[in-house]
Design a protein around this ligand. Sequence first.
Ligand SMILES: [Zn+2]
Length: 893
Amino acid sequence: MLRPPRTVAAATPLAVLLSLTATLVTATPAHAADPPAVEPRAGTDAPALVSGLSEAPAVGDPVAVARRHLRQGRYGIADVNTDLVPVDVVRDGSDETVRFEQRYQGIRVFGANYLVQMTREGDAHRVTGAGGRFLTELDVSTTPKFPERLALDVARSRAAARVGGDGDALTTTSGGLVVVPTGKGLLAWKVTVAGTDTRKHLPLLTDVYVNAGTGTPLFASDRIRTAAEGPIATTGTTVRDKTVPINAYQRADGRYELRDRTRWDGTTGEIVTYDAQGRDVARFQGTLPQDTPVVSSDVPTFTGGAAEIGAVDAHWGAGQVYEYYRRLGRDGLDGRGGSMVSVVNVTSYGQPYINAFWDGTKMVYGGGGEQYYSLASALDVVGHEMTHGVVEHTANLVYFGQSGAMNEGIADYFGNAIQVEAEGIDPAGPDAGLLGESLCRTGTPRQCAFRDLNDGRVAADDYVDATGRIDSAGVHLNSTIFSGALWDIREKLGAKADKIVLKALSEYMTPLDDFTDGRRAVLAAAVRSRLGARDLLVVARAFDTHGIRTGWEHRVATDHDVLLRGITDYYAQPDAAGERYVVTNSSADLTAPSAVYTGKVRGGKVERLSAPSELSSYDPVTDGRNAAWITYAETADGWKTQVWARPLDRSRPQRLVYEGDGDVLNTAIEGDTVAYSVWDSATGGYDLWVRKGDAAPVNVTPQAGIYSRAPSISKGRIAYIKLYLWEGGPRRMVITTRDLATGQETDLPAPQSPPNVIGLVIGPVLTGTSLFWLQDAQQDGLQGIMRANADGGSPVALTPDDATAPELLDMDATDTAVTYSVYPDLTVVTNDTLPKITQIPAKGGKAVRVTCNRGEQAQFAAVEGSRVIWIDGTAARVDLATRAHPRGICRAA
Ligand SMILES: [Zn+2]
């Protein structure tokens, strides 16, 4: 059994599992002559770090020597041959490190790596240390109960809900089974979801882990590592007129290509730069279309077109990154001389794509714009992005929460280190810590940079808690806390710090490490590098200065009432009406399937509403007296999706509303009427069904080429989103309102959009008297709040849908007030940039803040009047919280 955590790092289920396995003890590194120092890790017999060992040298294969060492009882590893799979042997002078991945009955254990550090002496290897993360307490069935096919559906529909409902175009691929290291372990399906977040115009590539016993989605880890998130203005592209040396390749037909084989011996890899020829960025995530050409030229010099699309910058930058890592003793990003691939000249919806990302195998760059040069033109950005490739092939820090902030922080560090080396900048200079400072066409470096490693942030004071919905739980929001400490070391120790950070990354860190683990890894690497006592003190002080030491996580003040403490369901979305709320939740160790719970919005007892089941329930909705929700079941006819309903007072058992093969996206309820949108695999879209009591269900949108979703019911009316599609013709998206008794429907006018743009409408909410929805006519990700009468008459804009509009995450409404949260501006790192809940009067007017809490408050439900309930990630923990009335004005944090 795992001991309960003493500290909880960040407000997410993944963070819960991270903290369950976090080390609670930190010791100073031992010197070789002392007895070995053992730093335990909570919840497992395998220590976080054993240092100062001096074993007798052993001859043989280093993997065999490492395995033999790990047979010692202190590690608690039952079978070193089957439970450990070697993934890498890192050599640095006479230092040798073997990295193992943990297997449990042949299945990979998510994030569990264990390393053995050795010194080579002739043919022999002397073990000097070992450590990492190996879970000795796992005890879990490896036979999945929840089928893989449904796990794909769950992952697609949860990801679709996260990107605002337009999930029709998302594709899913199974990555097979993994064991998630929480409690005694959870068997999970890994599902990769790819597509486009049409609301945010962002590429989507995320791994969703679905409990293979219950169907609960446990957490998701984004694959896309972007350079600059958030708004950077658009159009136009030329790159600065600078001549740089590059290596190219002349083909048999005489043409020259941006293909650099001179840095290798030509057998393992190359630096190669492709031209996307202006095609959409979505086609280049995780794949490289076969017809993508390498950037080429008739003459050996690459000017004109190749320069304008940033190809020369990307190619030159990749060469600089390669040379930098080669000086540190590393052969390319993967350490094995593998190719370094860049793609330039992608667009997004026909507009310049002003961003760049690493997708796990290659770099993808958009052009620039009026205000910014191509992101390929800044060497710190190129270095940052390519370092994600180095991280992936070493510690593979999970892109989520603290480990994700370290992934970003290490990319920040090396991005800047590569730039100061190549451009001869003083690392202690005032602008040396800025990232992306050279990208602006106008403005000072400081105005231009999107991060500053010298921003002086301290973990306990400045760590901003976010759920997985925002910035992968704060990977960019919190990176400079860690990179700031690393950069302090760089400023004091110079280039030898680079070697230590790379050593920590490749020889000590493991995927689920938190900041405290990161500190331990860097210190251990510094000791192994034989740094003097004075320099070791510099390293320790840098982490002290940034507050990174054991137990830094602390609780902060809040101004809300807690309704349900400790929400662990990753996708928990509350709903409420009248006096009551509904929400799903799992158990603290995530082993229980998510069930529907209900309680009163004024507090008091929380009751379970859904019948006990081995499978999870999702997305409950309520009218204040009844609730409906979605689940799965194994029947005599195989696996089925189900919709259930039950009175909140539990006076009757739950009633089956729908059972079928199609995945259900959303539901709505009023009295005995339930609406639900069901995936039709024959047409590849969602249809909306309504069922009253035991009467036969009715398909409201049976027509071919018309899809529907997002129902809301009130007072015998239903409002929903209707999509008109037809082959080769126009496409239209409107809000429809329908009288359920007469079947009479009114399509509201489609948004007035520019030519060739389909205006978006989002999330209709029917209240007793009114209909509210969001509109994005320009498809620019900025939305206005709209209101009409319940029958669709007299539509008005409460807030304008223009260039001044905010990017809204969510909206809900009552007859009294409209409540919303705003997508964060991730280019400015403060508490205030995280989503907060805001409210305006239902007839329009001044906006007020619902709470003044620190951290993220994004997912909420309007109750009645101005009361709101929400999922709160402020107190280093996720709670369901409420306030009767908005707080009003908040002082700036
Ligand atoms: Zn990054």
